[in-house]
Design a protein. Structure first.
Length: 267
């Protein structure tokens, strides 16, 4: 005998788990966002560097309703991609180039998007209404949504930190016109820790919770198309695509575990 539930989130969570997602939480999107002001300050300071697409889409990026006014709720999903070993160990292997953990397996956009579409189709059939899926491919700020939904909080390095998965969650979002009950927002648990700030090889954090992308190794090795400032070159070391330093040193990684998705595992 099965037990019925009046909470529409429960079957969605179960379906998400069946599709391989490690966490599924919910939030409303009608409230104002502190993230809007942070984005504006980031752009006004020129800290986005060559990423002109951020400035060009700033208005739509500033709030989910600016992107899709009909949306009422967000389903925020996380997929664990925790590495089996400490990615910082590769810094000592100076005879080879080092790739960021997220780029060592299949393209996570493809892995997540297929599953988001499956979950979205299932939700549409069950709940009705319209929905849209996102996985870092549209001007939607996923990390503030994830914090609002309770997946984690944006740490002093501006990345998401989870009490259950540490630094290693890929995020996907489904915006829907359905009204779904929100989960509690996560609070900041960084305390006095400065490990991520002090680990940055190029001093890309002018202050806690602020990033200057122009100094970030991930930006310099992926987004930036011109020559790297000579003063920053020593900090790159053997990193040729991305950087995991600020993620890997986070003490919350003591709760992290290796990801289960084989397509995301290092080749």
């Amino acid at each position: 005998m099965t037990t019925s539930t009046s909470d529409p989130r429960d079957p969605i969570r179960r379906r998400a788990a069946d599709l391989g997602f490690d966490v599924c939480r919910f939030t409303g999107i009608g409230a104002s966002w502190p993230a809007t002001a942070r984005l504006q300050a980031f752009l006004q300071a020129g800290r986005h560097g060559d990423m002109e697409w951020m400035a060009a889409t700033a208005e739509r990026r500033g709030h989910p309703l600016a992107l899709w006014p009909q949306a009422r709720s967000a389903v925020v999903l996380g997929l664990n991609y925790g590495p089996e070993t400490n990615p910082l160990d590769g810094l000592a292997l100076r005879d080879r180039g080092l790739l960021s953990v997220y780029a060592r397996g299949d393209d996570y956009h493809e892995v997540l998007k297929g599953r988001l579409k499956q979950l979205g189709g299932w939700m549409a059939a069950r709940l009705g209404g319209d929905l849209k899926v996102f996985v870092d491919t549209a001007p939607l700020m996923e990390k503030p949504l994830a914090q609002q939904a309770g997946l984690g909080w944006q740490g002093k390095h501006t990345n998401l930190v989870s009490r259950d998965f540490g630094s290693w969650l890929f995020l996907g979002v489904i915006l829907t016109t359905a009204d779904l009950p929100p989960d509690p927002e996560e609070t900041d648990h960084c305390g006095q820790c400065r490990a991520c700030l002090e680990a940055c090889p190029t001093a890309a954090f002018p202050a806690p919770y602020q990033l200057d992308a122009r100094r970030c190794v991930s930006y310099l090795t992926i987004e930036h198309k011109g020559p790297v400032d000579p003063d920053l070159r020593p900090g790159l070391g053997n990193r040729i695509y991305g950087c995991d330093d600020c993620l890997a040193v986070c003490p919350w990684n003591k709760f992290a575990r290796a990801g289960r998705e084989q397509r995301l595992a290092a080749r």
